[in-house]
Write a protein that binds this ligand. Structure first.
Ligand code: SF4
Length: 335
């Protein structure tokens, strides 16, 4: 049986590592932080040149944005007793024509298992970028990073996949406003509960975690054309029109709540110009506000247990079911 090094000795060994020194333009300088008590584990890509120079993880514009996303300050972020930061490659890998090189492939196989096995207190792992997602999610990953991030509820409660917070990713954030509307509030709630100071009692932390949408996803959405969740009895079709090509028997156990869908005028307007997503969202939320009878059965079913909203749209990132779920989640928090 291989000897398990105590964590301080393991960290010392990592800091002395030169396994891929010949491939590192600025030489080895592993940048990470870890302790056995850490509750949150952040797995990013690899240090950039600025982080290599300072030796402080996420000490750059990407780190600032990541802290904003998590809703925590620098003091909390760098509290090694609460937050572990373990990138896919510990040393700066240099630059290629398209930006920083990928993390060195030697690093994670050499160190990750030994190190992460010792982080027994971790309750949530953030997978920042495609390398971390590939390594930790394997076959559960979706075909693209965007689809993986959009499916964040599937990976709860252990993981949250995130895009890279680099300022260069601003166009991605603009194209996918659901990330800020849906993912970040739930992420901040979960991280807040997880990193609550010790005076927060275990019972309170447990209760906050229980209510978090990242711990217990109560409302899923999916295209109606995929395989339905087993039993189908908690599924609701939320389109105004019956899905083209589907026979009634295929949705025999599904309740059809057509009146909760956007009005015909709004649906047709958005169909003509999907770039109006933000405006569509605003108008649909106003319709929901004005029509509580339509969504009340969904709110009641979601209070009882897990439900799935089914929709027909090809667009899995901008459709009314996303807005409806957001609305229902907000309603449940108001209670
Ligand atoms: S990148 Fe990883 S494997 Fe390579 S020298 Fe640094 S710590 Fe060692």
């Amino acid at each position: 049986m291989p000897t398990v090094l105590p964590l301080p000795a393991l960290l010392e060994e990592i800091r002395a590592c030169r396994a891929c020194a010949d491939a590192l333009p600025l030489g080895p300088r592993p940048v990470l932080q870890a302790s056995a008590t850490a509750r949150l584990l952040i797995v990013g890509q690899a240090p950039g040149a600025k982080v290599h120079a300072s030796g402080i993880p996420w000490d750059d514009a990407s780190g600032e944005r990541l802290r904003e996303w998590l809703g925590i300050d620098s003091e909390t972020f760098y509290d090694v007793a609460r937050v572990a930061i373990v990138p896919m490659g510990f040393c700066y890998p240099g630059r290629g024509s398209g930006g920083d090189n990928p993390p060195r492939p030697e690093c994670a196989p050499l160190w990750h298992e030994k190190l992460i096995d010792q982080l027994k207190g971790v309750g949530l792992t953030l997978l920042v970028g495609q390398y971390a997602q590939r390594h930790f999610l394997g076959g559960r990953r979706k075909p693209s990073l965007t689809e993986t991030v959009a499916a964040w509820r599937e990976y709860a409660p252990d993981y949250v996949p995130l895009p890279h917070p680099s300022p260069r990713n601003q166009p991605w954030l603009k194209r996918h406003p659901w990330f800020e509307h849906d993912v970040l509030p739930a992420l901040q709630e979960r991280v807040g509960a997880l990193l609550a100071p010790a005076k927060h009692t275990a019972r309170e932390a447990q209760s906050a975690n229980k209510d978090s949408t990242m711990t217990k996803p109560a409302i899923d959405i999916q295209r109606v054309y995929g395989p339905l969740p087993e039993g189908g009895r908690h599924c609701f079709l939320v389109d105004r029109l019956w899905p083209r090509g589907l026979r009634k028997e295929a949705l025999a156990n599904v309740a059809w709540l057509k009146n909760v869908a956007p009005s015909t005028g709004l649906r047709q307007w958005f169909h003509k110009d999907p770039a109006q997503w933000a405006e569509f969202r605003k108008r649909y939320l106003a319709e929901l506000d004005a029509n509580p009878d339509a969504w009340q059965p969904l709110a009641e079913a979601a209070a009882e247990g897990h439900i799935t909203l089914l929709y027909g749209s090809h667009d899995t990132e901008r459709n009314h079911a996303i807005v409806l779920r957001e609305y229902l989640e907000k309603q449940s928090k108001r209670k």
